[in-house]
Ligand binder design. Structure first.
Ligand code: 1CP
Length: 333
């Protein structure tokens, strides 16, 4: 068993594995080299040679316990033929959402469109660097994908005014997403992903009363699906106010907490393995502060199954030396 599986499945507490969200990305000069000559982000995700190379870049530098496949949650709407573009300094921009068109998408066409992602996963899984480590496949949660598909761009702090106006459209999209997310998960696992993480980056935008419909029910269905395939599933419902409720209802194998969550109370309230929490901005400060903040998480969770990670992705301004220090520190703890 890998260190992460020991933590999630055997609930071991005497070693703390580590990987970082967005560990493959813009803070690495070797990534920026590739990115510079590949201005189209979607095409880069669909280039199995480059995306597998990028996935492995952080493992060449740091003693991490997992690789996360270099792709994006928005490859799913791309697979459903909704236009997705990543504009410089602007984030994603999506095209019109045509329900008739999306309803007609055929499973084979979808898989064919995303095929290079699965080939990339296969390549990484066959690389020596991933031995005794996990390869993390991922999807966006139905709610977060719905947000991008209807909002057409990052909601930042809020949704467009008429977001909930067309209830029929929303319900149809959620049903279609569930079907294709399962297909996408299935193919990632078949090609070598050994854990699935579900990112619900915009769960925090919903009021408590809307969580069952948009977050709990659709996510529970995915969690049960991943579990039926015999693979652990980690959920990251960023920004929800009540992580305990979420865990009690959705029942993931582990939960990633965001940096606004108080680790001490979560450790008391939640029985399942916990991942993450450290504010990625701490990596922009200094070694002293990084050590202090990281120790806060390590000490709090010393008797709780815990996977070290951040409360959101590594920021592009991060110095690789700070990541190096953090990984060494966690491994030496
Ligand atoms: O070079 C660039 O300009 C691209 C930056 C970039 C990268 C490196 C984007 C654009 N996506 C990614 C890769 C990515 N995205 C990974 C794999 C690499 C890794 O983690 O090491 C993963 C797991 C994601 C997941 C993702 N994409 C999420 C969920 C996690 C989170 O950050 O909340 C979300 C919301 C996205 C959408 C997305 N992709 C990229 C941007 C700029 C955004 C929008 C973010 C926003 O709305 O603010």
């Amino acid at each position: 068993m890998t260190p992460i599986q020991e933590t999630i499945i055997n609930k071991k507490t005497n070693n703390t594995p580590i990987w970082l969200m967005r560990q493959a990305g813009r803070y690495l000069p070797e990534f920026r080299e590739i990115r510079k000559v590949n201005p189209n982000f979607i095409n880069l995700c669909l280039n199995e040679n480059l995306s597998s190379e990028i996935t492995l870049q952080p493992l060449k530098r740091f003693e991490l316990d997992a690789a996360i496949i270099f792709s994006d949650i928005l490859m799913l709407p791309h697979g459903l033929n909704q236009k997705v573009e990543f504009k410089k300094n602007h984030g994603p921009q999506l095209g019109p959402l045509n329900l008739d068109q999306i309803s007609k998408i055929d499973e084979i066409d979808f898989i064919e469109k995303l095929y290079p992602i699965y080939k990339s996963i296969k390549k990484v899984s066959e690389n020596n660097l991933i031995k005794n480590k996990n390869l993390i496949g991922f999807v966006g949660a139905p709610w977060t994908l719905l947000v991008y598909m209807i909002n057409k761009q990052s909601p930042k702090k809020k949704l467009i005014k008429d977001f909930f106006k067309d209830e029929f459209l929303i319900n149809r999209i959620l049903i279609i997403l569930e079907k294709f997310l399962k297909l996408h998960i299935d193919h990632q696992i078949k090609n070598g992903a050994t854990i699935i993480q579900i990112f619900d980056s915009w769960a925090g935008l919903l009021e408590e009363k809307d969580l069952p419909n948009y977050v709990y029910i659709p996510t529970l269905s995915l969690v049960e699906y991943v579990r039926s395939l015999g693979i652990p599933v980690i959920c990251f419902p960023r920004g929800v106010k009540n992580y305990k409720n979420y865990c009690d209802i959705v029942k993931p194998d582990a939960v990633n907490i965001d940096y606004d969550v108080n680790p001490i109370s979560i450790c008391k309230e939640i029985n399942i393995p916990v991942q993450g929490g450290l504010d990625p901005k701490v990596l922009l400060t200094d070694i002293e502060n990084l050590k202090k903040q990281a120790l806060k998480y390590l000490n709090t969770f010393k008797d709780h199954p815990y996977i070290f990670n951040l409360g959101h992705g590594v920021l592009p301004e991060t110095k690789p030396d700070m990541v190096d220090y953090l990984v060494k520190m966690v491994n030496d703890y």
